[in-house]
Design a protein around this ligand. Sequence first.
Ligand code: ADP
Ligand code: MG
Length: 279
Amino acid sequence: MDLEERITEALLSPRSKSIMLLGGPDTGKTALAAIVADLLSKKGRAGVLDLDMGQAHIGPPSTIAWGLVEGGFKRWEEIKAEGFYFTGALSPPGNMLPSLTGAKLLMESAQAKCPKLIIDTTGLVTGPIGRLYKQYKIDLLRPDVVLAVQKNDELEHIISPYTLMRSPVIIRLKPSTLTRIKGIPRRAGFRAERFRAYFEGSRVFEVDMNRCGVRYTRDGGEEELEGRLLSFRDHAGSDICLGVIEKADLNNGLLIVRSPLRAGTVYACIIIGRATAVF
Ligand SMILES: Nc1ncnc2c1ncn2[C@@H]1O[C@H](COP(=O)(O)OP(=O)(O)O)[C@@H](O)[C@H]1O
Ligand SMILES: [Mg+2]
């Protein structure tokens, strides 16, 4: 698919340092992110910030992540996560704090290294949750350009209040005719495949909760912990690896965790999420 000239021009402008994609599910945001990444990375270093924790193309599901694209976009699988942030969830509702906080932190790291950054987002655009989540994300990340992909006018409740603002420049476009509806089963299948690949070759080991910090992305562990995802965070506050809780013995502060974390890796804190990993 070729982008219209007016869009290419806006994206290549030196003023367009960050470009956010907005649209409902299956409107071709991720496909468009690849096309934009291809265009921009042929002119210089481009970053992609993947904020879709449910259909994560960079990093495992439940995380948001960013990676580098140089000399043209090839495949999502080839983009290594330069940084990731665990949201503890597979969709934003109920998890907006970790999702927005992570988005801001990753955006800062990515922009420090990339003159151009493409921001892919979830398809959550309906109702008050979609409106607030996307508007506050725009306010927080301050993209220079928003590419708004809409079939009808479903994004207007989010973007129309920005009409008189100097930034972002909002470019409206229709979904490509090549866009295919993935639906819930294919989405779940993609996620399971990503989890399988991530946890392949994991080891099972004990985590002593008395010897590291313990946080939760949502509730405080009153509910069942078995099956839940967690993240190991280092002393600088960066997530280093995910794990899945196989057994929890809270009386003794012990967790049995399956994770690809290398033996001997030092971590300062574990963050226990709400979502479980379904393989
Ligand atoms: N321009 C395009 N060319 C070919 N296939 C496309 C194009 N845009 C979308 N698709 C296909 O449509 C489906 C949905 O697109 P995707 O980018 O994943 O949507 P979104 O990220 O908005 O949920 C995918 O299977 C994708 O491969
Ligand atoms: Mg997508």
